[in-house]
Design a protein around this ligand. Sequence first.
Ligand code: ZN
Length: 243
Amino acid sequence: MIRLTVWNEYRHEKKNPKIAEIYPQGMHGAIASALAKDADLKIRTATLDEPEHGLTQEVVDATDVFIWWGHMHHQDVTDPIIERVHKRVVVGGAGIVVLHSGHFSRIFKRLMGTTCDLKWREANDREILWVTRPGHPIVAGLDDHFVLAAEEMYGEYFDVPEPETTFLISSFTGGEVFRSGCTWQRGAGKVVYFRPGHETYPTYHDKNVLKVIHNAVRWAAPNAGLKSPTFGNRKVGWIDQTK
Ligand code: ZN
């Protein structure tokens, strides 16, 4: 059983009727309901405007994998919550799957330690996502590429530490390219970045996009029996030196 918390800023959907039409239950609702077909997932959702952004200590402690979508209001996520999620990933070994404009979220920047900046354009670019790590669990079930008819463009240079795995690269109508699927280990936890998902497009209804998110959640989940690391002073005598 993987305990998944799908976190979304959830303000675009409340303010813009066109976005609400695409995502009547919010982007978190669309993702959660698609993944609910997997009986191994215990899914909850959390949003920015809930108390503690829906990420109380209890919720965070009971989360094996987070999905994170944010865009306009990254700065509204408060320090104690960032600290709490960061610790849960790095020390607790939880996974986090950061989507699209979550590249600028405070939690992703904290985990990466770089600006996480990139180029962008909203001009209905066609996006082709090419598999660059066949055999990796996150691309299981995909063809060698898939196409999104219209998306926001993100272009290199993407200022992140060199990924440990780059499993997808995108090309766009305008000629730009982007490392759209990347993984890193941070402490005991696994981090995935997956690019698509601008709020004005029905991207989180696309079967290939949902497949990648689903695979990413399963990949990022802590290994069974993971023990949190221990730190601090170690007294002499913890092991019998005579044996
Ligand atoms: Zn966007």
